[in-house]
Design a protein around this ligand. Structure first.
Ligand SMILES: NC(=O)c1ccc[n+]([C@@H]2O[C@H](COP(=O)([O-])OP(=O)(O)OC[C@H]3O[C@@H](n4cnc5c(N)ncnc54)[C@H](OP(=O)(O)O)[C@@H]3O)[C@@H](O)[C@H]2O)c1
Length: 400
C-alpha cells in the first residue's frame, strides 16, 4: 500500500469500535485514526482520544460536548450532535460505522455521499433505509465494504468467480445463539443473563439479544439482499430473497457460503474474531498483513450444520416477510425490534415477547415506500410509537 489512509471510527467505544482501534494499532504504517465518535460514553471516548490523538472527536449527545472539550487538548477539535458524527464520516478516507441501531444512518449516508469507503458494521442503517442507501452508493468514489462477518465472508466468496454472475445461492450461517434446541416452554422462561451469554461471539448487548432471537440472522438476510441481491442494481448478482438461505452452524467457523450454478460451494472460514472482517473492510482489495482468527486445523475438530428452528424463533421469518413487503417494512421491523430489545433489557417484557412485539408492529405497516430519507425517518418514528403502544398493553408487562 502506498499512502497512509485516514480512518474515522464512529461508535469507537463499542465492541466493533474498540476492536477497530486494535486493528489499526497493528498496522500504523498504512492506517491512522483521524476521528473518533461515540454516543454518551465521555470517559472512554476521552481516554481513547488522549491515547490516539486524532484530529477530530465527536460526541452524539450535545449536552456532553463541554465535558469532552474540557478534557482534551486544543489540538483536538471536538464537535457534537448528529452534525459532529457526519463531519467525522465526511473527512476520513474510510469510515468504520460501529454505531448500534438506526442512529447510525446519518453516518452511513454522509460517508457514501462524500464518495468515501464505508466499512459497515451498523447493519440497521442499510436495513431500514435500503433504497436511500442504494442511491447514496451510486455517488462516484463511494464504496461499501461490509464488516458483519457473514457479509464479509460472502464478499470474499463472491470474488471466487471473475465473471460475477452464475451465483445460485447464498448460505448465511448462524450460530443458533444460546437457546438453540430449546422448546417453546423452555424459551418462555429464559433470563436476560442467559440471553446475553452468546456461545461463540462477544458483542454489544443489542446484537447479542438479536442473536438469541435469530432477529440478527433475519436482519442479516435483509442486509445480504441489499448488498448482493437485486436491490443492489447493476452491480448486484442475479439473486432474489429466496436464494438467500440460513444455515445453523454452532461453531461459527464457516462465516457464510456462496453456491455457484455448477454446484460448487465456496466458504470462508476462520475462528470467530471480528478483527478479521474489520481488517478486510479496511484493506480490500488487498489483504491485511496481520492474521486474526487463523485456524489451527489440527485442533479444529468438527463442523456441524442444521436448519433453523423457524417455529421457536419466529423473528427469522418476520425478516423475510418484511423484505418481501419492501418499502419501509424492514425499517418498521428494525425499529420495533430496537424498542422491544430495550424493553427486554430493562426487564419490562419477557424474551418471547420480543417476537410478539415485532410481529404486531410489522402487521401494522402502512405501506410506506421508503424512497426518500424523510419517508424512512417517518416510518422509523411511527413504528417506534406503535411498539411503545403495544408495550403498554397489560399482556406484555412483566410479572402482570
Ligand atoms: N459486536 C460485534 O461483534 C458485531 C458484529 C457484527 C455486526 N455488528 C454491528 O455493529 C454495530 C455495533 O455493534 P456493537 O456490538 O459494537 O455495539 P456496542 O458495543 O453496543 O457499541 C455501540 C456503539 O455505538 C455508539 N452509539 C450508540 N448510540 C449512538 C448515537 N446515538 N450516536 C453515536 N454513537 C452511538 C456507542 O457509544 P456509547 O458507548 O457512547 O453509547 C458505542 O460506541 C451494530 O449495528 C451491530 O449489529 C457488531
Amino acid at each position: 500500500m502506498s499512502e497512509q489512509k485516514s480512518v474515522a471510527i464512529v461508535g469507537s467505544t463499542g465492541s466493533v469500535g474498540t476492536q477497530s482501534i486494535q486493528v489499526i494499532a497493528d498496522d500504523q504504517e498504512n492506517y491512522r485514526v483521524t476521528a473518533l465518535a461515540a454516543g454518551r460514553s465521555v470517559d472512554q471516548l476521552v481516554s481513547q482520544a488522549l491515547a490516539i490523538q486524532p484530529d477530530l472527536v465527536a460526541i452524539s449527545d450535545e449536552a456532553l460536548l463541554g465535558q469532552v472539550r474540557d478534557a482534551l487538548p486544543s489540538s483536538i477539535e471536538v464537535v457534537g450532535g448528529t452534525g459532529g458524527l457526519i463531519e467525522c464520516a465526511q473527512r476520513a478516507d474510510v469510515t468504520i460505522n460501529g454505531v448500534v441501531g438506526f442512529a447510525g444512518l446519518p453516518v452511513t449516508l454522509a460517508c457514501l455521499e462524500a464518495g468515501k469507503r464505508l466499512a459497515l458494521a451498523n447493519k440497521e442503517s442499510l436495513i431500514a433505509a435500503g433504497p436511500v442507501v442504494q442511491q447514496a452508493r451510486k455517488t462516484p468514489g463511494a464504496e461499501l465494504v461490509p464488516v458483519d462477518s457473514e457479509h464479509a465472508a460472502i464478499h470474499q466468496c463472491l470474488r471466487a468467480n471473475d465473471v460475477g454472475k452464475r451465483v445460485s445461492k447464498i448460505q448465511v450461517t448462524a450460530s443458533g445463539g444460546p437457546f438453540r434446541g430449546m422448546s417453546s416452554e423452555e424459551l418462555a422462561r429464559v433470563t436476560i443473563a442467559e440471553a446475553l451469554n452468546h456461545p461463540t461471539w462477544s458483542m454489544g448487548p443489542k446484537i447479542t439479544i438479536d442473536s438469541s432471537t435469530l432477529m440478527n440472522k433475519g436482519l442479516e438476510v435483509i442486509e445480504a439482499n441489499e448488498l448482493f441481491g437485486k436491490p443492489a442494481g447493476d452491480s448486484g448478482f442475479d439473486l432474489t430473497l429466496d436464494d438467500i438461505e440460513v444455515v445453523v452452524h454452532p461453531q461459527s467457523v464457516v462465516h457464510s457460503m456462496v453456491t455457484y450454478s455448477d454446484g460448487s460451494t465456496i466458504a470462508q472460514l476462520s475462528m470467530p474474531d471480528m478483527r478479521l472482517p474489520i481488517a478486510y473492510a479496511l484493506s480490500f482489495p488487498d489483504r491485511f498483513p496481520v492474521a486474526y482468527g487463523a485456524i489451527d486445523w489440527t485442533s479444529l475438530g468438527r463442523l456441524d450444520f442444521e436448519g433453523p428452528d423457524r417455529e421457536s424463533f419466529p423473528c427469522l421469518d418476520l425478516a423475510y416477510a418484511a423484505a418481501r413487503t419492501g418499502g419501509t417494512a424492514p425499517a418498521w421491523l428494525s425499529a420495533a425490534n430496537e424498542v422491544a430489545v430495550e424493553a427486554f433489557l430493562k426487564e419490562k417484557i419477557r424474551w418471547v415477547d420480543i417476537a410478539e412485539v415485532n410481529s404486531a408492529v410489522l402487521s401494522m405497516h402502512d405501506g410506506g415506500t421508503g424512497d426518500t430519507l424523510a419517508g424512512v425517518l417517518d416510518g422509523d418514528q411511527l413504528a417506534r410509537r406503535r411498539a411503545e403502544e403495544i408495550l403498554q398493553e397489560q399482556s406484555f408487562m412483566r410479572n402482570s
